[in-house]
Design a binder for this molecule. Structure first.
Ligand SMILES: *Cc1c(COP(=O)(O)O)cnc(C)c1O
Length: 390
């Protein structure tokens, strides 16, 4: 760990705690669920949904994942620069720019359109490139249509510099109760696969399923699954429960920076949207919307202080939030801002519900400014500051 003094400071301000033991168990549990015939691709895009891409990538690879996935080419290059040598798939239709740089860093590229296919052939005229074909089976974001997939595969087969390693598709509605869209998408993917196999194509990796599809058993004829949200201990939706043993990896902590008494009739924070109906102890916590705590939680959410629910009073500011306290607590004591709910605190799902969004967005927003402390066996083992300048 680089600087113990800095860690002291970090732990005395609002920070995100990442429980690496839980992440490791989640990955191993998902790998078990995928079964011996399916590889696990750990999706670490968006800085591992706010959990830290490099640390999560390493932990995932040590616990059963064999492939990583990112959304941007630079995210993959960052993993390479951190010394990660495992295969990394760049998801996304991407744009043709910088494909060559990505290929030089040994990233696996997605071919999700005819223009990317052409750009890949151009790169392959100078250097080898590994690709996965992405089919559009109904999500209608990016992906090759079935006929195009066949023609691209044939073109690539004739090109010794193109390693056509995989083929994949992505579900639109795997986290919903109605499984018909998922079945229809699996059906189209299987049709394309069958045609390709009849023409002699073989793929080392065939993958269709995200977390929701793995958890609901919609894996089809695949030999790899891509899991993001469930690996972080978060459910893909209200309708898809997590298996036993999977627990939330991220928690958010802060401290009471000031404790004071509000008198009856006094208002709190910008706009004075909370008025004390009676004298009430209150406290200030240094976390705000710039840290990813949604401003829509003004007068709505709660933190936990000394085991007690402490409601947010008035508006969440950029850097501070005022809460009502059960009593005149000591200043500088720890405040649980969010966690798995076991101490009565808001879960990421609670925050998502209050904010009208999904846990995916809540987790990624907490990565905006707050430092991240990695914990193993309950002890900090490393930390990262959010970089403002680079
Ligand atoms: C983000 C992403 C995933 C991971 O989805 P989760 O719901 O987080 O498991 C899988 N596949 C693709 C193509 C993605 O973009």
């Amino acid at each position: 760990m680089s600087d113990p003094d800095l860690l002291q400071i970090v732990q005395r301000e609002a920070h995100v705690r990442i429980d690496l033991d839980r992440y490791a168990i989640n990955i191993a549990t998902l790998k078990d669920l995928a079964g011996p015939d399916r590889d696990l691709m750990a999706v670490v895009k968006a800085d591992a949904y706010g959990h830290g891409a490099v640390m999560c990538a390493r932990t995932a690879l040590e616990n059963g994942a064999t492939y990583l996935a990112v959304a941007r080419k630079w995210e993959g290059i960052r993993l390479r620069e951190a010394g990660v040598t495992a295969p990394v798939l760049v998801l996304g239709g991407a744009n043709p720019a910088a494909l060559e740089i990505a290929a030089r860093h040994n990233l696996t590229l997605t071919v999700g359109s005819m223009s990317i296919a052409t750009a890949i052939e151009d790169v392959a005229s100078r250097q080898p490139v590994t690709v996965h074909l992405k089919l559009d089976t109904g999500l209608h974001r990016y992906g090759l249509q079935p006929d195009d997939a066949l023609s691209v595969a044939s073109r690539f087969k004739a090109n010794p510099n193109v390693n056509l390693e995989g083929i994949y598709a992505h579900f639109s509605s795997a986290d919903e109760i109605d499984c018909r869209p998922t079945e229809a998408q699996l059906g189209s993917a299987h049709d394309v696969l069958t045609s390709l196999e009849q023409q002699g194509f073989e793929f080392r990796y065939v993958h269709f399923s995200n977390s929701a599809a793995l958890l609901t058993g919609a894996t089809g004829q695949s030999n790899l699954v891509r899991t993001g949200i469930a690996s972080y201990g978060l459910r893909p939706s209200q309708d898809v429960p997590l298996p036993d043993g999977i627990r939330q990896v991220m928690s958010v902590h802060g401290q009471l920076s000031r404790v004071f008494m509000l008198s009856q009739g006094e208002g709190v924070s910008y706009g004075l949207t909370y008025l004390a109906t009676e004298a009430e102890p209150a406290g200030v916590v240094s976390i705000g919307y710039a840290d990813g705590l949604p401003r829509s939680l003004s007068n709505q959410g709660w933190f936990v202080v000394n085991g007690q629910r402490s409601p947010i009073r008035g508006r969440v500011c950029m850097d501070q939030t005022v809460i009502g306290l059960p009593g005149l607590e000591a200043e500088q004591i720890d405040v649980i801002i969010a966690g798995d709910g076991s101490g009565g605190e808001m879960t990421l799902d609670d925050i998502a519900t209050l904010d009208g969004t999904i846990n995916y967005e809540v987790a990624t927003r907490f990565a905006l400014r707050m430092p991240r402390v990695y914990v193993r066996d309950g002890v900090p083992v490393d930390f990262e500051l959010r970089s403002i300048t680079s």
